[in-house]
Structure formats: C-alpha cells, structure tokens
Design a protein around this ligand. Structure first.
Ligand code: ARG
Length: 452
C-alpha cells in the first residue's frame, strides 16, 4: 500500500487525497488569515506568565518575520500548499519549521487545527462581508440616483402583474434599493455574530495551560472571544450558514429586481432599454439582444440558496465537537459569497445604464388604471368609499383618461411616489458605508500592530 509522509505522520496516499479534498486549492484563500491568526496566537504564547517561557519575545519576532514573508509570497501567488500538507495550517507550520527549526515546531502549542481553521474562516468572512456591504452600497446608490432622476416619471403600478394604480419609475427603483438596505442590516448582523474569536478553544475543549483568549481576540481586532470552547467549534458551519443566509437574502432582492427588468425590457413593454454592450446576442438569430446578465442573476439566487442549504444540511443533527464534515462547508461558503459579490458588482453599472422610455411608460396608462383614484376623488366629495367603489365599477366604461403625472403628484404621503424620503434612504446607505469604514479601521489598526 502506497503511503505518503505528511507533517503529522504517514497516511495512505488515497486516503490523504480523499480527506484533503479541495482544501489544497480552497485554502489558498486562507493563507493570509492563517498567518495573521498564527501571529496572534504566538504573540499570546509569548506573553504567557509561565516558566520556562513557551516562546520568548525574540522568538516571537522571528516567527512574525517569517509569517510576513509567507503573506508576501501568497500575495504574489507563490506560496504553495502541497497535498502532503493536507491544508493551509500544516503548510504554514511546515514552512515555519523549515525556516526556523525547533521554533517552528512550537507555534502549534495550545492550539488545534480546529480552532485555527475556525478563526481563519472568521477572518476571511469579515473581509468578505465588508466587501459585500461596500458593493451593496454602490448598487443601492446607483438605484437611488436612478430613482431620484425618474421620480416624476409615471409607471403603471401592478399587482398580480395586472395594471393597478398610477405609480412611478422612482418608486420602483427606490423599493428595490430599500430591500437591499434591509439585506445590509442582515449582513451587519452576520458581521457582528462573526466578530467573535474562537482561537484558544483548541480541539473543542480548551487546554490545561493558562492561555489568554481575550488577548488573542484583541490582537486580531475581534470585539470579543466566543465564550465556551465547545461552541467555538460547534459554531463552525452555523456561522457559515448565517453568513450565507444574509447573502441569499441579498440574492433574493437581486433576483426580483432582475425579473422586473426582464419584464420591463421586453419589447412588448419597452419601459426600459438596456445598452447593447450589456446584452448578449444569439449565434443564429441576428437580431437578438438578450438580457443574459439578469437571467444569470436570477439563476445565481438559486445557487446561493443552494450553498446555504448545503451548509445547513451538512451540520443539521451533527454531533457536538469538531467533525471532519465541517471541512466540506468551505466550498459552498466561499462559492456562495463569491457569487453574491459578483452579482452586486455586475448590476451597479447595469442600473446606471438603463434607459427610460417615457413614451412607452405613458402608453401603459389606460383609463382603468385611474379607477381607484377616481373612487377616492368621490370619497373626497363626501361619498362613502364602498359606494364610490361600486359606482366606479359600474361605470368603468365612462372613466376618462387622467393625466398620469398629475395622478402621481397627488401621492405625497410618506413613502408614496412623491413622498419618498430621499434623505432617510441616503442616511441608511451612509450608515452602511460608515460601518464598513469603521470596521476596516479597527481591523487594519490591529493587524498592522500585530505584524509590526
Ligand atoms: N482542513 C480541516 C478543516 O477544514 C482542518 C481541520 C482538521 N482537523 C482535524 N481534526 N482533522 O476542517
């Protein structure tokens, strides 16, 4: 039987390949995080009040220097994780040992790969969530700019997809922006739950030496350590499903906007036109101009949800403590986030480029669209609403076509087409970008100090 030597003993070659799975590729995304986490752990070890010291201050400096070298190599795409390493954690430890000899063998004191990967994923997640919030804010701003510009452009408001009441293009776009603002709140919520450091929980049950978990949390710029060492590990998978839950809400918003856009850019509607360069053609039908981008956004919403469910199903009913199953959450986690972010990025310029066709929008206004407005006009003259409703219903044929612009100009109450509080929406976007800026500042300050 073919066996292969690894950092932690010889393993049957097939078993090694099977158990490492896709970690060798996926962990490339975690190299910097693994080094930063290791830097915090080693710094904490060097501050432990034990004699003899586990790691001295001079040794700490040497380790940090090598960790920085690995981060630099990784940034150029030149740090290799080998199959014999199994994953990024042992690749980093092997490299440190190659460079520093026995000192490299000390870095794993009071730590397990279980808390190591848990902290790596949280470091990864916090960057990704902040990036997602930034990209969401950009799309929301684009939607709000579009909405404001078209505040007084009438559009038939629909329910059941059927013509309903006079509405506006501004209301349509502002509503999609508001949906994404709620998603940002979910992302911020996920960020706060992610903002707890599992380091020091080791295999799942802590260690019999006086480590300082508050210190490592602090060094990494986390708000606090996660509390129980067991939940620090049980929280893996759950955290991923929380983050993906927020991502899939973003995708829910995007897919609904995409669907509206598909409908309203159909020639039969012609409300909006998409510029040629954002559409694709057909290999056989020369005239085709297809909205593939928004169709794929719709498809990706299903796929991100599938990523969330994949993680959920993986951990549902799983026993407490670390289980290797958790490794398989990595792929859907990274994929789901990447897909969401790509959709946000592709849609911001898309929204900016939508052309609004006022003529087609006005042509959608048939007299029946004003039926409710007419009934309410009669209410204004003193008729009870139900009587006005029946009166208009019975005389629908007599409804005159009203002026759609005038109709929407009368809807001025809170949140109505001409009652949109642009400041309120803008303030919510600003709050998102400020949260991102503040969190980045905390992270950068901590990491810079740690790697000094
Ligand atoms: N690559 C592993 C993972 O993602 C690292 C942890 C391995 N731990 C273990 N006890 N085998 O879960």
């Amino acid at each position: 039987m073919k066996t292969q030597k690894t950092t932690v003993g010889s393993i049957n070659a097939d078993v090694l390949a099977f158990t490492a799975g896709r970690d060798v590729e996926l962990d490339v995304n975690l190299i910097a995080a693994d080094c930063v986490g290791t830097a915090a752990h080693v710094t904490m070890l060097s501050k432990m009040k034990v004699k003899p010291a586990i790691i001295t201050e001079a040794e700490r400096k040497k380790v940090i220097k090598e960790l920085k070298a690995i981060i630099a190599l990784a940034a150029e795409g030149n740090f290799k994780i080998r199959l014999a390493d199994q994953d990024v954690h042992l690749a980093v430890e092997r490299t440190l040992t190659e460079k520093l000899g026995d000192l490299g063998k000390k870095v794993h004191t009071c730590r397990s790969r279980n808390d190591q990967v848990a902290v790596d994923l949280r470091l990864y997640a916090r960057e990704e969530i902040l990036g997602t919030l930034d990209e969401a804010a950009a799309l929301i701003s684009a939607l709000l700019a579009f909405a404001r510009k078209n505040e007084k452009v009438p559009m038939v408001g629909r329910t059941h997809m059927q013509p309903g009441m006079p509405s506006s293009v501004g209301l349509w776009a502002a509503a999609h922006a508001e949906s994404l603002l709620d998603d940002c709140a979910l992302l911020v919520n996920a960020y706060e739950l992610n903002d707890q450091c599992p380091l020091g929980s080791a295999a799942s049950y802590g260690v019999p030496l006086p480590i300082d978990r508050e210190l490592t949390a602090d060094l990494l710029g986390f708000s606090r350590p996660s509390h129980t060492v067991l939940y620090a590990n049980n929280g893996r998978g759950k955290l991923e499903s929380i983050v993906l839950g927020a991502m899939s809400q973003v995708m829910l918003s995007l897919s609904r906007m995409a669907q509206d856009l598909m409908l309203f850019t159909m020639p039969e509607f012609g409300y909006f036109t998409l510029p040629d360069e954002l559409c694709t053609g057909s290999s056989i039908m020369p005239q085709k101009k297809n909205p593939d981008v928004i169709e794929l956004v719709r498809a990706r919403a299903s796929r991100v949800k599938a990523c969330e469910l994949a993680v959920y199903d993986l951990i549902k009913g799983s026993p407490g403590g670390y289980n290797r199953d958790l490794q398989d959450a990595k792929e859907p986690f990274m994929e789901g986030i990447a897909m969401t972010r790509a959709c946000l990025r592709v849609l911001a310029p898309f929204v900016q480029a939508i052309q609004v066709n006022k003529k087609a929008l006005l042509a959608g206004f048939t007299p029946d669209v004003f039926a409710t407005d007419r009934a309410l006009e009669l209410v204004g003259q003193g008729m009870p609403f139900r009587d006005a409703y029946h009166y208009v219903k019975e005389t629908l044929g007599e409804l005159a076509n009203m002026d759609p612009v005038k109709a929407i100009m009368q809807k001025t109450h809170l949140g109505a087409p001409l009652g949109i509080d642009w400041e309120l929406l803008k303030d919510r976007v600003i709050a998102v970008t400020e949260t991102v800026r503040e969190e980045r500042r905390v992270i950068d300050t901590a990491v810079k100090k740690l790697l000094k």
